[in-house]
Design a protein around this ligand. Structure first.
Ligand SMILES: Nc1ncnc2c1ncn2[C@@H]1O[C@H](COP(=O)(O)OP(=O)(O)OP(=O)(O)O)[C@@H](O)[C@H]1O
Ligand SMILES: [Mg+2]
Length: 509
């Protein structure tokens, strides 16, 4: 007696088809799983056995072999519980033979036969659109997630008995449907808005410039000056996510099993703010059973690193690849996985150990050596990849008490979107969509300066001893500032503003 059931497994953030083959033969009772099962899959046997018994079916006392094909790839996770159980019930004749083959089935089983949520339903649902199947059977909690790509009908199930009745045609289940426009309409940024930030006009302007070109930015300021508050609001001025971007970001969160059952689609740009004690695998991704890290969770959104100098140096060093390539590659002996990781980096730090440098004459107790040491914790190569460094001073009392709201996020976002539209059009032939991603040849072509600008930049470069990288960053930033102003050419005032945003080059250079 041989039965075959289709299921899916993940490789990175994409899914591939897995065939669960169940063979029941005469012989001493035995239950073996083959096809490189790992961790949770090895333990499936016990869950499947109990679930079948506790759902009121007989468990065959024979020699059972379950193969997960293709057998050459390691498989982990509990999502094969349900297809294994369905395969066993098919092999013993309790489920009609041709029924199970028509569906892709995924689900974890609890010992009493209930179906529990799984990771990675979305990538499987997307892939299943290309497979010759009539539908996808998923745990009820994952049904909305699976219905988002609208690729195949998705049936949400609650327990093993329900699946059996459905496959035998004794019971109908309504396929799940979701309204994408409704999910997008629900996006509201938790009510956070730039209007709530008092004063800090310069910081707000710098964040607008950063958002307009998707430039990385570092804020330096004393405790309580509003750095975290400002960073949280950057995503409210970034352009809205497109459906394609939302789907890509949601896939990563689906693989991590972090999606909300109801919302199911991530419609707002993510804001990730890992603590500085995070490990390199936590930030970049990896582990023995590789998972995406915070940089991928922030894909198409914002990665906020508060107290930047407190992060371990080797962890920060690892940010270089994603900052450069917009993706992370994790290599293992047998495989190599790639996770997307295109994000805007927002960093925050105090000016020195005690955080009070520059506040008033005698408030800071750090010696110049200490200040130097604190700043040196940021490696040159990382700092080089941050386009804007700004100072965020403490807000004056009169500003804090001001009853008038500042400019709202919606107004700022409109300007950002206009500047992005210009960039998209200009960079479309190169398959780029924002100024921050320009390479040397694009900079040469699109960031030409007039004579006056040339002179200014020359004198600044010589006086401050700027590196070649800083030079390129200033040009890219000037381009964004000119785009915000709707100017075709880069004027001296645009260049002058960009130079102003390279404050730390002067201090560290
Ligand atoms: N410009 C501002 N307008 C209104 N409220 C502000 C402003 N700046 C700070 N606050 C208030 O102060 C609180 C603390 O600010 P926040 O946590 O952003 O400071 P921080 O610069 O991140 O400090 P730390 O360096 O200690 O992390 C905010 O929650 C907010 O209520
Ligand atoms: Mg803070």
């Amino acid at each position: 007696m041989l039965a075959k059931v289709l299921s899916g497994a993940l490789s990175g953030i994409d899914a591939y088809q897995v065939e669960v083959e169940v063979d029941i033969a005469r012989g001493l009772p035995q239950f073996a799983t083959v096809g490189l099962p790992e961790g949770a899959v090895k333990e499936s046997k016990d869950r499947v056995k109990s679930a079948i018994k506790n759902s009121g079916y007989e468990f065959p006392a024979r020699r059972i072999t379950i193969n997960l094909a293709p057998a050459g790839i390691k498989k982990d996770g509990a999502a094969f519980d349900l297809p294994m159980a369905v395969g066993l019930l098919t092999a013993t004749g309790l489920i009609k033979e041709d029924a199970a083959r028509r569906f892709v089935i995924m689900g974890e089983l609890s010992l009493d036969g209930r179906v529990k949520p799984i990771r990675g339903a979305l990538p499987v649902a997307i892939a299943a659109g290309d497979w010759p199947v009539d539908g996808l059977i998923l745990p009820r909690e994952n049904a909305r997630e699976g219905a988002i790509p609208n690729s195949v009908p998705v049936y949400g199930v609650h327990d093993l008995g329900e699946v059996t009745a459905f496959l035998n045609g004794e019971r109908g289940i309504e396929p799940c449907s979701v309204s994408i426009p409704e999910l997008f309409a629900g996006a509201d940024h938790n009510g956070e808005d730039f209007a709530e930030v008092r004063g800090q006009e310069q910081a707000k302007r710098a964040l607008e410039v950063a958002a307009a070109g998707s430039h990385n930015i570092l804020m330096v300021g004393p405790p309580g000056s509003g750095k975290t508050m400002l960073a949280r609001r950057v995503s409210t001025i970034l352009p809205d996510l497109s459906f394609a971007e939302a789907l890509e970001t949601t896939k990563i969160h689906s693989v991590m099993g972090l999606l909300d059952e109801q919302q199911a689609l991530i419609t707002q740009r993510p804001f990730r703010h890992p603590h500085h004690t995070i490990s390199d695998a936590g930030l970049i991704g990896g582990g023995s059973n590789p998972r995406p890290g915070e940089v991928s969770m922030a894909h198409n959104g914002l990665l906020f690193l508060d107290e930047l100098p407190e992060f371990k140096k080797n962890v920060l060093e690892m940010l270089r690849q994603p900052l450069e390539d917009g993706q992370v590659t994790i290599s293992r002996a047998t495989t190599s996985l790639t996770y997307p990781a295109t994000f805007m980096l927002v960093g925050a730090m105090n000016p020195c150990f005690c955080g009070l440098l520059g506040e008033s004459e005698d408030s800071c107790s750090c010696t110049p050596t200490m200040i130097e040491r604190y700043r040196r914790r940021l490696s040159g190569p990382l700092l080089d990849r941050i386009d804007l460094h700004i100072e965020v001073p403490r807000v004056q009392h009169k500003d804090l008490a001001d009853p008038v709201d500042g400019e709202s996020s919606a107004v700022i976002r409109a300007r950002v979107e206009a500047a992005r539209a210009i960039q998209r059009e200009r960079l479309a032939p190169f398959n780029l969509h924002c100024n921050a991603r320009m390479q040397a040849r694009h900079i040469r072509r699109f960031c030409a300066l007039d004579d006056q600008g040339q002179k200014l930049l020359e004198s600044v470069t010589d006086r401050l001893g700027l590196s070649a990288r800083s030079y390129a960053r200033i040009l890219k930033l000037s381009r964004t500032i000119a785009d915000l102003a709707g100017s075709e050419s880069i004027a001296t005032e645009h260049l002058a503003e960009a130079i102003q945003y390279r404050g730390l080059d002067r201090k560290l250079g």
